[in-house]
Design a protein around this ligand. Sequence first.
Ligand code: RBF
Length: 158
Amino acid sequence: MATSLKNLSEYSQDKFTDISDKTFGIVVAEWHDDITSVLCQGAIDTLLKHGAQKENIFVNTVPGSFELTLGAQFLAMQEEIDAVICIGVVIKGDTKHDDYINHAVANGLTIVSLKFNKPVSFGLVTTNNLEQALDRAGGKHGNKGVEAAAAAIGMLSF
Ligand code: RBF
């Protein structure tokens, strides 16, 4: 995984299970969609690279990151979905909206994952400014969508 010392979205795939028959739901927030679309593509490319079938990847959008939780729940409750990947970008502003949204999403996705006993990965990029977000969407800090997909595959391999 990427760290401040290791910038690329590297991950260990030694123990990845066969995902050719697995079904993935991706929820993408429309806020900052120029960035979330890049993260989403990173997630899709990663699933395909590791053997997922294109027809087994379902992408849905929600208005903003706050809605990722319910979007994830709509997907997780479907029996045929094996794992859910959530993508959003929340950038700090003049108010504390980012704190409220980020905590709500982190807590909400945890609950959905435990409620449905399925991997629900947290591809929420939470930054102080636009530049930091771009750095994490195919920039110098890799692509967090790639890492969110890798986490979902990793948990399916658990
Ligand atoms: N949604 C995001 O995905 N990213 C943001 O950076 C973001 N900033 C917001 C800032 C404010 C002040 C508000 C009120 C909402 C913001 N939202 C953002 C939208 C939020 O996730 C949600 O879609 C709306 O609050 C409607 O429930």
